[in-house]
Unconditional design. Structure first.
Length: 342
């Protein structure tokens, strides 16, 4: 009997894993189509299909699945958002996560090529393809980053105290969420946001919503892999969620350029998901490493030990590590390194 129960549990676990990708795809497609924004008011499947130009039969199947998953409440033939959807999947809400789910839907194609990536050793179509050649990807990618960055950005700014910073370099700034957290905390601070020209077009839109900060933010177009960061111009360099996109060689180069760009006594902040030394915990970080395998050339999730060794090699000392968003399933870490004063 025990053997039969164990066998059933093992099979159920495999079924749960298979169901996992199906659930994710249903949720991402519904977010991409903006279904939840239209379901704050109860509607039938045919009504929603007309509004979003969908097939009515297909819409009903999708909505039934979302109701089964708990994202919608079905009453008779009408559907309405469950509380979690009202809070996080309706455009315009403070906790909106839909842009990130749209980005996940677009990058799904890369996951579809995962078996080829495992054979090849890297993405079939790397991040540069998605950013530069895939229509609409950059916009959803950057908006999606803003969805998940606001909480961590505020926490990091508070931990580092913006009032101790006068000149900030934000490398791979994306929507500028992290820079804005520092700028809003110190009216005298000036920030340089470095990213690709196509990204900075979107960064300007995010900054425009913060008129008191925008005048103190300088946008610098360039590829952080190749551009020079300057010499002793900054007292804080932020490398947030970019190192997982890159190989160890590229990351060591970024850290070395950061050291040169800092004034004596300045600090570099590495912010990313980090794994334990065995690279099997947390699960989120291990799976995120697969995500990097699917759509970057040499990226992965790294360990805190690896980051620390790169920092010490570049000349940083007084290393300090802190957990960010510790209570969440996708918690991250910062490692702070100081450039010794002369």
């Amino acid at each position: 009997m025990k053997t039969e129960l164990a066998a059933t549990a093992a099979v159920d676990r495999l079924i749960d894993e298979i169901m996992g990708y199906r659930k994710a795809k249903v949720l991402m497609v519904a977010s991409y189509l903006d279904c939840f924004t239209h379901l704050e008011t109860a509607r039938g499947a045919a009504d929603l299909a007309r509004r979003l130009k969908l097939d009515a039969r297909a819409a009903e199947i999708l909505l039934d699945a979302l109701a089964a998953m708990g994202y919608l409440v079905k009453t008779g033939a009408k559907y309405r958002n469950a509380p979690v959807s009202s809070r996080h999947l309706v455009r315009g809400r403070a906790g909106y996560m839909g842009d990130n789910l749209k980005y996940q839907e677009m990058i799904w194609e890369a996951w579809g090529e995962l078996r080829h990536s495992v054979r090849k050793g890297g993405a079939v179509r790397p991040l540069e393809y998605w950013l530069l050649k895939h229509k609409g990807f950059t916009q959803e990618y950057i908006r999606g980053m803003d969805n998940i960055a606001r909480g961590p950005a505020a926490e990091i700014a508070e931990a580092l105290n913006p009032l101790t910073v006068s000149r900030l370099l934000d490398v791979g700034a994306g929507p500028g969420t992290y820079s804005l957290a520092f700028l809003n905390g110190n009216p005298a601070l000036r920030a340089t946001l470095l990213d690709l020209p196509s990204t900075l077009k979107l960064t300007r839109r995010f900054l425009a919503a913060q008129p008191r900060a925008v005048a103190r933010a300088a946008l610098r177009a360039g590829n952080y892999r190749t551009v020079d960061f300057g010499r002793e111009n900054f007292d804080l360099v932020l490398l947030s969620h970019i190192t997982h996109d890159e190989s160890p060689e590229v990351n060591r180069g970024l850290i070395e350029k950061s050291w040169r760009a800092l004034r004596p006594g300045g600090r570099v902040v590495l912010h990313d998901f980090m794994l334990d030394d065995a690279r099997i915990s947390p699960v989120f970080g291990a799976l995120f490493s697969v995500h990097m395998l699917a759509y970057t050339e040499g990226g992965r999730t790294y360990t805190a030990r690896e980051y620390s060794s790169w920092l010490r090699r570049a000349g940083f000392s007084r290393l300090e590590r802190r957990r960010i968003a510790a209570a969440s399933r996708n918690s991250s870490d910062i490692i702070i390194g100081t450039k010794s004063s002369r």
